[in-house]
Ligand binder design. Structure first.
Ligand code: FAD
Length: 505
């Protein structure tokens, strides 16, 4: 069987990981792939000598990834010996950033800076005057959608807005994510939304005292390489809570004007509470099960199984917005005609977080770590110190089927153990011996869109039905902006504040 050295490459995981996951799991196996941490948009793929039967489907998928997103790049110091035609073709599109210490939630050159400007916002369809709106899913996207609908000056008088949440507001990823926010790290399809949403985070924080209520603050962000097998570094550590010698390489990825952080559960619950203060707004704790359409195909009633006792509640609706995170694909299949549901394929990928309280004070630095432990194990944890003295460490994704509800999620103890070992490998201040107290660990699911970019907008061929989801590892950054553009689409007929034309379902 012919083999071909492929070198060391990175692909965008929003598309790449979901495309490559079956290969990674079923064909490549452990010796060939590493760093497949789906909590980040980049996957390091190390393929030293793969059989050609594996190489060609792999690269044709990578090529598809490149083609749809323009987000694939090769790590410079591992040249493939003999690139095949696909590889050669793809390489003409590679981005040319400094790639050493590539972070996995990587900063990308926005292609809008090197390509013709993206098309403007989607053309307006005449705004209806919705009277009964239901938003299904109370994560950050659903809550922000409900909130911006509720406070919009375009909201019809007397209209009702119902937020339907199956388990509890922010009970899934929006409650447990790291809360890292980046303004300009995004590909062309989401660049406009991300920048708007990042600015909106800051405005919300200024308006409501976000630093007090949800620990909002701007941060410096670094890529760091820590190699427990290498000689101790002689240079100073860029952060005071990692000792000199631990960090072999580091580079600045973001500054206080381009990166920030928040406590996503506190933010989401704060906005849910604000939503509930508005007239005609309600929260129903229950799982949406069915949607009835009238003879014109417009939503008529939404059937919900109430959490409290399993009884049925029928909610009158003329507009429905589905924002069910990783459950979006399943929900669309349950509620919409199959032709409409096909365009909303979103599933979940489990990842974990660890919450530690350190004895040593930390500083506002978020870290993307390329970590090699002294036993050779490689990983890429993300480290987010919070102002309250805790530190969130994210990573350790694993292949687990999405359970029925957020309440059924059970973390993988082995993954949590790995995160704890990784934390101690980054700095002694994160170890028990260094005085760190373990507060909690959580597992949650990234919403992974099949097509590799979020689905935000009106469902084609349906009146009064919208979706917002598939935000993968950027849902906290993009959540407020997604809620705002969805509210604009519903009440004003089109997205006004960001160009989301490439995200239509
Ligand atoms: C470990 C980890 C770390 C992350 N870190 C970051 C980060 O630092 N920065 C960042 O920008 N992003 C981060 N993310 C990504 C981010 O958390 C998600 O993209 C975002 O939370 C998705 O929000 P959502 O509202 O779409 O979905 P979710 O938060 O998953 O909410 C969906 C909600 O829908 C409800 N629901 C589902 N089905 C139904 C139904 N039929 N009826 C009623 N309700 C239903 C669920 O109960 C759930 O509450 C991280 C994700 C993970 C897993």
């Amino acid at each position: 069987m012919a083999t071909g050295p492929l070198g060391h490459w990175a692909v965008d995981s929003m598309t790449g990981a979901s495309a490559l996951r079956p290969l990674y799991l079923e064909r490549l196996g452990r010796p060939y792939a590493l760093g497949c941490c789906l909590a980040r948009p980049w996957v390091n793929l190390v393929c030293p000598t793969l059989p050609s039967s594996v190489v060609s489907p792999l690269w044709s998928q990578v090529y598809t990834v490149r083609h749809s997103h323009n987000l694939i790049r090769r790590l410079p110091d591992h040249r493939p010996a003999a690139p095949g035609p696909l590889l050669a073709a793809a390489s003409t599109f590679f981005l040319t950033l400094p790639l050493i210490g590539l972070p996995h939630r990587s900063k990308l050159v926005s292609l809008s800076t090197i390509m013709p400007a993206a098309a403007n916002a989607t053309s307006a369809s005449p705004a209806r005057a919705p009277k009964n709106i239901a938003v299904v899913g109370g994560g950050i996207v659903g809550v922000c959608t409900a909130y911006f609908l509720a406070i919009s000056p375009h909201r019809p008088a007397g209209s009702k807005i119902t937020l339907v949440e199956g388990t509890g507001v922010a009970s899934a990823a929006s409650g447990n994510a790291g809360g890292f926010l980046a303004r300009d790290w995004h590909g062309p399809a989401t660049a406009s939304l991300s920048a708007m949403s990042f600015d909106l985070h800051r405005k919300l924080a200024e308006q409501f005292g976000g630093s007090k209520h949800w620990q909002y603050r701007s941060v410096d962000t670094l890529s760091v390489t820590i190699d427990g097998q290498a000689e101790p570094a002689t240079s100073r550590s860029p952060v005071p809570w990692i000792p000199k010698g631990n960090i072999q390489k580091h580079s600045q990825l973001g500054t206080h004007s381009t990166t920030a952080q928040c406590h996503p559960r506190l933010l989401t619950r704060f906005l849910a509470e604000r939503f509930l203060r508005e007239e005609g707004c309600a929260l129903v704790l229950g799982t949406a099960k069915a949607l009835a359409l009238d003879s014109d195909g417009v939503p008529h009633t939404l059937m919900v199984n109430l959490k409290e006792d399993g009884s049925e509640r029928i909610i009158d609706v003329d507009t429905v917005i589905l924002t069910a995170g990783p459950w979006l694909g399943r929900l669309a299949e349950a509620l919409l005609p199959s032709s409409a549901a096909r365009g909303v394929a979103v599933d979940g990928q489990m990842a974990h977080t660890l919450l530690l309280r350190t004895k040593e004070p930390t500083t506002p630095h978020c870290l993307f770590v390329d970590l090699t432990l002294n036993d050779g194990a490689v990983s890429e944890p993300e480290v987010y110190p919070r102002p309250d003295g805790t530190v969130v460490i994210c990573g350790a994704s694993c292949a687990v089927d999405l359970p029925e509800t957020a309440g059924d999620i059970i973390g993988d103890p082995a993954s949590v153990d790995k995160l704890r070992t990784q934390a101690a490998g980054i700095s002694p201040v994160f170890s028990e011996e260094g005085g760190a107290a373990f507060e909690s660990s959580t597992a949650c699911f990234l919403p992974i869109p099949d097509r590799g970019r979020p689905v935000i907008g009106k469902v084609p061929g349906m009146e009064g039905v919208y979706v917002g989801g598939g935000l993968s590892c950027w849902g906290i950054t993009q959540g407020p902006g997604t809620g705002l553009v969805l509210a604009e689409m519903v009440l004003e007929g089109e997205a006004k504040t960001a160009d989301v034309s490439k995200l239509s379902p």
